[in-house]
Design a protein around this ligand. Sequence first.
Ligand SMILES: CC(C)(COP(=O)(O)OP(=O)(O)OC[C@H]1O[C@@H](n2cnc3c(N)ncnc32)[C@H](O)[C@@H]1OP(=O)(O)O)[C@@H](O)C(=O)NCCC(=O)NCCS
Length: 193
Amino acid sequence: MHADETAKCLARGAESLQAARMNSNSPELAGAPADIRPAVDGDVVPIQGLALDNGMFAPDDMAGFDEMLRGSLDGSLDETRWIVAKDAAGRVAGAACYAPEPFADRVWNLYFLAVHPDQHRSGIGTTLVAHAEQSLRTAGEQVARVLIVETSSTDAYKAARRFYVREGFDREARIREFYGPGDDKIVFWKSLR
Ligand SMILES: CC(C)(COP(=O)(O)OP(=O)(O)OC[C@H]1O[C@@H](n2cnc3c(N)ncnc32)[C@H](O)[C@@H]1OP(=O)(O)O)[C@@H](O)C(=O)NCCC(=O)NCCS
C-alpha cells in the first residue's frame, strides 16, 4: 500500500493532533452505552489490529498512527478522545478517535473509525458515532458546534461514505487529488446543535 493510503479518515496526523492541544476544553464522556468506554493502554494492540484488518494501513505505515494513539492514551495529546466498543465476549470490536480541529471554531474531527470486519453492519459504527456526538453535545456549544469527517473518494471507502450519509452527515466538500491522483478527499459535516 502506498504511504498516501495512511491518511484516509485518519485525515490529520500526529502533528495536527498535537496542535489540537491548543484548544482548552476537555469534555468528559457522558451517557455512554454500556459497551462503549474510553480507550486504555491495553487497547493499543486491538485498535492497531482494527486498522490493519480493515486495510486502512499497511504494517509499514503504522508509525504515525501508533504515535497518535499512544500519545492520546498517555495524556500528551490531551484533547484527543479514543473510545472503544466491546463485543459480548469483551473483545474490542470497534474504535473511534475524535479531537478538535486546531484552526477552527469549535469544530471537531472524527479522525478514526473502524469496526472489526467480522462485525460490519451490526450497528457498532453507529453506536460509536452516536457516543462521540452525545459526548460533544453534552459538553455544550461552547466546546463543540460541528463534527466533520474526512474520507477518500475511492471505491474502497464507498461503504464509509454511505455510512456517513446514513448517520446524518452532509456531504460538504471535495478536495480533488488530495490523497493522490484520482483519489479525492470527501468532507462530511454535521451540526451538533
Ligand atoms: C464504515 C464502518 C465504520 C461502518 O461501521 P458498521 O458498524 O459496519 O456500520 P453500521 O452497522 O452501524 O451501519 C449503519 C448503516 O450504514 C450503512 N452502511 C454501513 N456499511 C455499509 C456497507 N458496507 N454498504 C452499504 N451501506 C453500509 C448502512 O445504511 C447501515 O445500516 P443497515 O445495515 O441497517 O443498512 C465500517 O464499515 C468499517 O470499519 N469500515 C472499514 C474502515 C473504514 O472505512 N472506516 C471509515 C474510514 S473514514
